[in-house]
Design a protein around this ligand. Structure first.
Ligand code: DON
Length: 575
């Protein structure tokens, strides 16, 4: 069965046909866009085609999956300014084939030393979203440069200068603005025009978005990237770029100091892992909530034969939603930066805890969220983001999600340095019970403290079978990331879908509060009626949920699928 689908996929790939780009063609040429789903010699998938191509070129030059990921990460900072970044942070899962292990790299932003728990409250004690989302106070100390440099230095094969060269070239020589970039800049015009440097870097002289086809050069960003490449990243934290960031902070009233930048630390953490129907699912531990709740929901769902219920049937979606509701209730209470609070990872990902939760799920009616308190049974111990993945011939795999939080972060660019800053501080709980931009509420565990990392939902994941990776996936989408990744895993394992089917299948989301199920338009109205009859409040979302980027491999054939319901992404292989 899988084989037949595989063959169908292959024929489609031939039809969308792709020839590898010859050495003589410049990377910056407009129209250089391919969307192969099948390739050889490794594969790279990301939300932006030029950046995927950069990664594939690095594989062709003999780089491994980590080199390709770092090259793609820096390239996205140039070609996908809404989410690709050097002013933000993220998480990278790295599977090392030879060592047979997977590690979790944490390069999440850190709160500046002068941050404090009431940072975003006004004088009446109310949370002020303007401060936490759009002011310079919203920026955490960026971790992307430290994270990418760390990964390359420790696990890459080529030098940092070699893997950063394509990004520098894209910034220096420029590339043509395509429709997705034009559309995105147009939507962000208002925010970007509030700050002089952002206006200068990202908008045309008359304040409009640069037209499709415009050659877009970013000379300040090119110089910043060169300094980073030439100093193994130190410039960003201690040199000229650090100085420019701090100057911007003092102009805009932000908190980040030279000392904060110097103190920034990357951590290698033990991934959260779980088993699911004979597969191993490995993802990001705290300060992400992604891995914990992905495994927790899979544990709950493992107790039912989902395949027999039928994909996206009301009976299936009901179980999914009830699992989501319970996981997000726990998230609100227990999850935070593990360097500051004890997160009961073992308890939350324990199969017997999941069994207890499952027992309380009625199979024919919704449990109102008001009746689901966080962690009742936990044993005592305890809007643009982007995902990309790379896979090399030796079996090394990288699954990486990084972000500025919102598209274009807080819209504040560092003057002279050419890049935007994040507004990740809004991912903290500004005040207990007050939702953040994604409607997520938090408590003590995610309160603001100096040098703490805000809780994240980013869920870069790798699924293994008998120790061999079979799927790398992840998504943007704020609170919806974890449930989008969950559904990719379920579609692949329970419903035996190929990557394209798994990506295209309509998704649902529930996050405990608000007590409503978001469903994509592709879920049948009959199903919606059945869910409503069970007591679910259903909201049809105008957007698709998440934007997954996924890779898998069968023998020497690599398969890659960008969420083609959004334009601009591509899976590219060296051959
Ligand atoms: O770390 C998080 O969970 C959020 N800052 C992610 C934001 C996001 O995915 C926005 N994208 N759609």
């Amino acid at each position: 069965m899988r084989h037949m689908r595989f063959r169908a996929c292959f024929i489609v790939a031939i039809m969308v046909a792709v020839t590898a780009r010859g050495e003589d063609q410049p990377i910056i040429q407009y129209g250089d866009r391919f969307h192969p789903q099948i390739g050889y010699g490794g594969m790279v998938v990301s939300q932006e085609a030029l950046a995927s191509q950069v990664g594939a070129d690095i594989l062709a030059q003999g780089g491994n999956a980590v080199d390709a990921a770092v090259a793609t990460g820096f390239a996205l900072a140039v070609t996908l300014p809404q989410a690709g970044n050097i002013g933000g942070g993220g998480f990278m899962m790295i599977h090392l084939a030879e060592a047979g292990r997977t590690l979790a790299l944490d390069y999440r932003e850190m709160a500046p030393g002068a941050a404090h728990r009431d940072l975003f409250l006004d004088d009446q004690g109310r949370a002020d979203p303007q401060k936490s989302r759009f002011s310079a106070l919203s920026s955490g100390v960026p971790g992307t440069v430290a994270g990418l440099v760390h990964a390359q230095h420790k696990y890459g094969r080529l030098g940092l200068e070699a893997v950063m060269a394509p990004a520098i070239r894209l910034a220096e020589e420029g590339f043509r603005v395509d429709f997705p970039l034009y559309w995105s800049l147009k939507r962000a015009r208002e925010r970007l025009s509030r700050h002089p440097a952002a206006r200068e870097y990202f908008l045309a002289a008359d304040g409009s978005a640069p037209e499709t086809g415009t050659l877009w050069r970013q000379p300040d960003l090119a110089r910043t990237l060169k300094r980073i490449a030439g100093t193994a990243g130190r410039d960003f934290y201690e040199g000229e770029t650090a100085r420019l960031i701090v100057e911007e902070m003092s102009r805009q009233g932000g908190l980040i100091t030279l000392q904060d930048l110097k103190n920034y630390q990357v951590f290698e953490r033990h991934p959260v892992s779980g088993t699911y129907r004979g597969y191993e699912v490995v993802s990001m531990p705290p300060p992400s909530s992604g891995g914990v709740h992905l495994v927790q929901m899979l544990n709950i769902l493992e107790g039912w034969d989902l395949a027999s219920l039928g994909h996206n049937s009301a009976a299936y979606l009901h179980r999914l939603v009830e699992a989501m509701r319970r996981a997000y209730a726990d998230r609100s209470q227990y999850l935070g930066d593990p360097d500051f609070v004890d997160v009961p990872v073992m308890a939350l990902t324990d199969k017997s805890y999941a069994a207890t939760l499952r027992r309380h799920i009625s199979l024919d009616k919704a449990t109102p969220s008001s009746e689901v308190a966080p962690g009742l049974a936990v044993p005592k111990e305890g809007r643009q983001t982007t995902h990309f993945a790379t896979w090399d011939e030796d079996g090394n795999v990288v699954s990486n999600t990084y972000t500025l939080n919102f598209s274009y972060g807080n819209g504040i660019a560092v003057s002279g340095a050419g890049f935007l800053l994040n507004n990740e501080m809004d991912d903290f709980s500004a005040k207990p019970g007050v939702p953040n931009a994604y409607g997520l509420i938090g408590a003590e565990a995610n309160a603001i403290e100096p040098r703490k990392r805000p809780l994240s939902s980013m869920t870069p994941a790798i699924v293994l079978k008998d120790g061999q990776p079979v799927l790398a996936t992840g998504s943007p989408g704020g609170s919806r990331i974890i449930t989008a990744v969950l559904q990719m895993v379920l579609n692949h394992i329970d419903f035996d879908m190929n990557l394209a089917e798994a990506t295209a299948a309509p998704r649902v989301h529930h996050q405990w509060l608000p007590d409503e199920v978001s469903v994509e338009k592709g879920i049948s109205p009959d199903t919606v009626k059945l869910l409503e009859a069970m007591g679910h409040k259903v909201e049809i979302t105008p957007w698709v949920i998440g934007r997954t980027q996924s890779l898998s491999r069968e023998d020497d054939v690599f398969l890659g699928v960008t969420d083609f319901r959004w334009p601009g992404g591509a899976a590219v292989s060296p051959r």
